[in-house]
Design a protein around this ligand. Structure first.
Ligand SMILES: [Zn+2]
Length: 352
């Protein structure tokens, strides 16, 4: 494993632009984006759902933000407009989202008869490559290993912050998942509370490790890809036809406990899943992908895993979260996970 360099470049708004790479980054910056307004998001308690909703209505005053035909995530030095990354090249870049749903400037607003809170925390953007088209399926394996190291770095830094209670790295891919910027990137949300989905998982793992309980079945019947340390499988209780989880064969609370061999196998598995999806659909497969780690560095119960939800049913047909799913939280499935696993397995193993 090569040494990893991390450059902390201080932007004109005093926030950090982090540049991670196997090469030392020491280029002089070009012109930077000028932003005047710092959003102050807030949360309101939804008493019916018993959950927080966060509101951020400021997306005005985007002075000197690149026009539509320019990608704000491409390296800016050789363009006519400043972008988020004022250099001519980089490997992986991480910076605070300029219109975050959670940030340190958040302020509580007072609403009579409603519980409110400041949306403290932070939202970061992770740009995977300087190339506009390199997704996880196309980039070299070393880059995905680097990305895993970047996620670990962000977990360690963000989980240390007092106002942060949970860190979620995720990626939305494709216009079906609401993506407007096609430059390969993911996001990291650092929440000021443990989100409801994670609270439930924490509780579940505290009672029993439901992953280890079915690990043999995952490996034999539900897998779509596997290597020495990881299984990619459609869980027998999946809510989407092509939902895939990447699961370490041993319990880890988060990727911060991976050794170098696990990081290598994890990167390989991640790439094979994305490549497999793309081969299966014959185009870039849309998905929502996120890392579910424990909120605690030390945790011998929570079993880290990655969840992929492609918004599809039966091949290319879109899955809409309709009446039962949206109104009652009950998913209606017309295909069995064991059958979808068989269908996907062929495409996930590079034999066609
Ligand atoms: Zn771009």
């Amino acid at each position: 494993m090569n040494k990893i360099f991390k450059r902390n470049f201080i932007r004109n708004d005093k926030k950090n632009l982090l540049l991670f790479g196997f090469k030392n980054h020491n280029e002089e910056p070009s012109e930077q984006i000028q932003i005047n307004e710092i959003p102050k998001p807030h949360m309101r308690w939804n008493p019916a759902r018993q959950e927080w909703v966060t509101y951020s209505s400021e997306r005005k005053n985007r002075t000197s933000f690149p026009p539509k035909e320019y990608c704000p995530l491409c390296p800016g030095k050789d363009l006519d407009f400043p972008t988020e990354i004022p250099f001519s090249d980089f490997e992986i870049a991480v910076f605070p989202n300029r219109w975050p749903s959670f940030n340190s400037n958040a302020e509580k607003i007072n609403l009579e008869k409603l519980e409110t809170k400041a949306s403290k925390g932070c939202c970061e953007v992770v740009v995977y490559a300087s190339e506009h088209t390199n997704t996880i399926a196309e980039m070299p394996l070393e880059r995905i290993e680097l990305l895993t190291h970047v996620w670990v770095d962000r977990y360690k830094e963000l989980m240390k912050m007092d106002e942060v209670k949970y860190v979620l790295p995720f990626e939305n891919r494709g216009k079906e998942c609401g993506v407007t910027l096609h430059h390969p990137h993911g996001q990291i949300y650092a929440y000021p509370f443990i989100p409801p989905v994670i609270s439930k998982e924490l509780e579940a793992f505290k009672n029993e490790n439901f992953i280890m309980k079915i690990i043999d079945e995952l490996e034999d019947k539900y897998f779509v890809y596997k290597n020495e340390n990881f299984i990619a499988a459609i869980p027998p209780f999946a809510r989407y036809a092509y939902e895939v989880w990447i699961i370490p064969k041993k319990q880890f609370p988060g990727p911060w406990q991976f050794g170098l061999k696990e990081i290598k196998d994890f990167a390989e598995c991640l790439q094979n899943v994305v490549k497999g999806y793309d081969r299966f659909l014959g185009r870039k497969c849309p998905y929502i992908m996120g890392l579910h780690a424990s909120p605690f560095f030390e945790d011998n119960k929570f079993h880290f895993h990655v969840e992929f939800y492609p918004p599809l049913r039966h091949g290319d047909k879109p899955k809409i979260l309709a009446g039962s799913e949206s109104l009652a939280g009950v998913f209606i499935m017309d295909v069995l996970p064991e059958d979808s696993a068989k269908e996907l397995r062929y495409f996930f193993n590079d034999n066609n």
